[in-house]
Design a protein around this ligand. Structure first.
Ligand code: GLU
Length: 315
């Protein structure tokens, strides 16, 4: 495929995404997020061999939100090992909303997976004795190759002022003996991680490092162990898009994690990272432009995990 063909496919994908935007809404349960411009759309692709494609609003800063769950999980897996982490949180798709506590209360004694709020709160709590927020931020900056990443204080304060549901989940977890460290400190670390700022470019970098087995391709530095990266990518595929993860896996087939700030990070194994930003969300809390946009890329460039014959190689 030549450069022009690739560019055409990327523009078509942007168009598919743009067509979906009117059907979505920006998140408002965190009031500060409702200030986002619904019409923003950015797509960024960074390949392992150094090619960079950026279209649209790829420099606009927004909060990482649930995409930070990948980072906290990675740090927990490396600090405690798999057994200790998965003793507290399962790895099963939930089929429930991201902030649900029904399964946790009625049928399960541990969170179903680390990508829903109950799971991420559990993982955040485990991290409290091991790392500070500043250390986590520093590591997130490295994983996203984003030195400008900061805490968005307005979003952080806005979420902290409207945190009843996560607080309910966290205290339920404490009552079940799953959260063993301070609940309020747990909520604070979790919310701070969600309030870190990124761009579509930083998310493409994160996706690229995951595609590259945890190694920063620009410096050759290993940031995460192979087994951590395998696990993260598997959980992204099975649980990364909340209760539309199954459908997303069928039609797009690229491990992806969403955040209610409108970001998506996707990782095409051994090949590329993709960052998408569009704050209009569907009813599941995923960026509504993401599915048609990434489905188009997946089909045209053959990026589906079971249909990998990438067309991105330039002839
Ligand atoms: N901070 C958000 C919350 O806990 C993250 C949710 C998301 O991005 O899906 O509700």
């Amino acid at each position: 495929m030549d450069k022009k063909e690739i560019q055409t496919i990327l523009e078509e994908a942007m168009e598919k995404g743009r067509e979906a935007i009117p059907y979505g809404e920006v998140a408002s349960y965190i009031p500060e997020l409702s200030k986002a411009d619904k019409n923003h759309l950015g797509l960024c692709i960074y390949t392992k061999d150094g090619r960079r494609y950026s279209i649209g609003d790829t420099n606009v800063r927004f909060t990482i939100q649930s995409i930070s769950k990948i980072i906290t999980l990675a740090v927990a897996l490396e600090s405690y090992g798999f057994d200790e982490v998965f003793e507290k949180v399962d790895v099963e798709p939930s089929g429930e909303a991201f902030n649900s506590l029904i399964d946790l209360d009625l049928s399960s004694n541990k969170p179903l997976n680390p990508m829903i709020n109950s799971g991420a709160l559990t993982v955040s709590s485990m991290l409290l004795p091991k790392v500070t927020f500043s250390e986590m931020k520093l590591f997130a900056k490295k994983l996203c190759m984003d030195p400008d990443m900061e805490l968005d204080k307005d979003v952080y304060n806005s979420e902290k002022a409207n945190i009843s549901r996560n607080r309910a989940i966290a205290y339920l977890l404490e009552s079940k003996g799953i959260i063993e460290n301070d609940v309020e400190d747990t909520l604070d670390l979790y919310t701070k991680m969600c309030s870190l700022t990124v761009t579509a470019e930083s998310l493409a970098n994160l996706g690229l490092i995951l595609a590259n087995d945890g190694i920063d391709p620009t410096t050759g530095t290993r940031l995460l162990k192979t087994e951590t990266v395998h696990t993260i990518k598997t959980i992204m595929l099975t649980c990364g898009m909340y209760d539309s993860s199954g459908e997303f896996a069928v039609y797009v087939g690229i491990p992806t994690k969403s955040g209610v700030g409108g970001g998506l990070v996707s990782t095409v194994d051994k090949e590329m990272g993709i960052g998408v930003f569009s704050p209009a969300l569907d009813e599941k809390g995923n960026c509504i432009a993401g599915r048609p946009l990434l489905e188009h890329l997946s089909k045209k460039l053959r990026l589906h995990i079971f249909d990998r014959s990438s067309k991105m190689d330039i002839e």
